[in-house]
Design a protein around this ligand. Structure first.
Ligand code: HEM
Length: 510
């Protein structure tokens, strides 16, 4: 028996060695044929374990995004590293490489392991699917984002007014980030599902109160907890399945329960088309396309994830900087009041076109999205043996070989802070830089690029612009009630938020 076991082990070792040598030979040959050279390697220790543990410490200390960004400063704009389990992966903050990943070599790369890592919360939807499933999901969503739909500011007006009512009028400090998360969940559910979840309260009872999450905080907590686990599963690479505790399963269940309300509503409205509003409502379009409640839930949840956190993150970072840069607040307020008047003396209607034309507001938002992109880190996986255009060899100018199945992470956060693109003050918040150069290419990428470019870009910018205008019209003074430093502590799951919130004080004499 022992002899058989020894023989089997020896055969297995021999087979694995052969497989490894064969793969290495194949990789060398293909890399040579493609003219590739290796990029610098980050030392991560045996099997990548010490490096992985260092990363976990950075995550725990809310330094993950910065920690990765420092690799780029130390090792250059493209590097390789061995992560947990000996998995060799790449990191890049090189526009040419990111363009290849997302656009020019779109067919060579996919979402890879994202589906299995995110599945318990998101199922099969636009954020987890590749190929035909993704094409179908995107096709169903596209009509939701036509110009007419996106320009419908009446829909947003009520939600923003409700939010302004919740701001303390006596100048006491409050966390404006919390309000932005409530605003975006209310407006996104209204826009996409035809009925607001009502997290800021309204004359009707909130939908949330009828579910296990109870209230807006309960829903936000469940959604955040679930996303923290998704990010942890993503970092664990091949060991993602080990991260599936009761807390995660419970958070998923609570989020699903809220979305299932909308699923029932959409299926109901399919049976009573006379009750439909006439506006394109994604939830209704989904129900017309499919009767399966699980399919509806997955698709709705995917878009809810996109619509809530990202815009809330942009608005929160906007106030983070405004509270710390009084000159920027004054300049922006002057531009807004000059164009639209203040809350007591408004000038004309706030329209999509007028918002887009307000140059100072555009430059301000560009700068916030540059320094605090709501999706700071992302990745793609090679679907075949291929290469990236640059980063290899001593001068970093040779292509880099990427084996089928290999992971390429990219940091928009690090790329947006490159001094060779943005000058020596790249780390400083300075909206005026957009007056000097407003044309940017792939080195500026808050909304992604290529066929999977963000579908909600115009909607998000309109919502953020409208909200900012309304706040600037209503309040003439803003004070920072948080730490003075303008380097925020970032909490990053799939999107980024401010770990300690964004405490401010707002005053109005209008
Ligand atoms: C400031 C706000 C926003 C930012 C910075 C942002 C950024 C992004 C980024 C970086 C991606 C690419 C994700 C990936 O491929 O891995 C993305 C995708 C997407 N975004 Fe946004 N987003 C924002 C707001 C929104 C809003 C409000 C919606 C919808 C209501 C939305 C809908 C989508 C959808 C559907 C996708 C998936 C596209 C696809 O895979 O085909 N986004 N967004």
């Amino acid at each position: 028996m022992l002899t058989i076991l020894l023989l089997a082990s020896a055969l297995l070792v021999a087979f694995k060695t052969f497989q490894f040598l064969h793969q290495t030979y194949h990789d060398r040959k293909t890399a040579k044929a493609l003219g590739c050279q290796p990029p610098p390697a980050i030392p991560t220790g045996p099997l990548g374990i010490p490096g992985f543990l260092r990363m976990l410490t950075a995550v725990k200390e809310k330094r993950w995004v910065e920690y990765i960004s420092q690799f780029y400063e130390t090792f250059g704009h493209t590097f390789t590293q061995v992560s947990i389990g000996g998995v060799e992966m790449y990191g890049t903050a090189e526009p040419e490489n990111i363009k290849a990943l997302l656009a020019t070599q779109f067919q060579d790369f996919g979402l890879g392991s994202r589906h299995r890592e995110f599945f318990p919360l998101l199922g099969n939807g636009i954020f987890t699917l590749d190929g035909a499933g993704w094409t179908h999901a995107r096709g169903l969503l596209r009509p939701q984002f036509t110009r007419d739909q996106v320009a419908d500011l009446d829909l947003m007006d009520g939600h923003v007014a409700r939010m302004i009512d919740l701001i303390p009028q006596d100048g006491s400090s409050f966390d404006i980030q919390r309000l932005f998360f409530l605003l975006t969940i209310d407006s996104a559910t209204h826009f996409l599902f035809g009925e607001s979840v009502g997290s800021m309260g309204s004359s009707d009872a909130s939908i949330l109160e009828k579910t296990a999450v109870g209230d807006a905080q309960g829903f936000a907590d469940a959604f955040n907890t679930a996303q923290e686990y998704l990010a942890a599963r993503s970092r664990a690479l091949g060991f993602y399945w080990l991260i599936n505790p009761k807390e995660f399963r419970e958070a998923n269940r609570r989020v699903h329960e809220v979305v299932d309300h909308y699923v029932r509503r959409a299926l109901e409205s399919k049976r009573h088309p006379e009750k439909q509003s006439g506006r394109y409502i994604f939830a209704e379009a989904l129900a017309a396309d499919n009767d399966d409640p699980r399919v509806l839930r997955d698709n709705m949840l995917n878009i809810l994830l996109a619509g809530r956190d990202t815009t809330a993150s942009l608005l929160s970072s906007s106030f983070f900087y405004l509270a710390r840069h009084p000159a920027v607040w004054t300049k922006l307020r002057r531009a807004v009041v000059g164009e639209f008047g203040d809350a007591t003396h408004p000038i004309g209607d706030i329209t999509h076109a007028r918002l887009k034309d307000l140059r100072d507001l555009r430059h301000f938002l560009n700068e916030v999205l540059r320094l605090q992109p709501p999706v700071p880190l992302n990745f793609r996986v090679a679907q075949k043996d291929t290469s990236l255009p640059v980063g290899g060899g001593p001068d970093g100018k040779s292509p880099v070989y990427v084996r089928k199945g290999q992971l390429v992470t990219y940091s928009v956060y690090a790329m947006h802070r490159r001094t060779d693109f943005y000058g020596p003050d790249a780390h400083e918040f300075r909206p005026e830089r957009w007056e000097e150069n407003s044309k940017r290419g792939w080195e500026y990428l808050p909304f992604n690029g290529g066929p999977r470019i963000c579908l909600g870009q115009q909607y998000a910018l309109t919502e953020a612009s409208f909200t900012l205008v309304k706040l600037l019209q209503r309040f003439d003074r803003l004070e920072n009630a948080g730490p003075a430093s303008d380097r925020p502590v970032i909490q990053c799951t799939l999107t980024m938020s401010h770990d300690a919130g964004v405490p401010v004080r707002l005053f109005s004499s209008v």
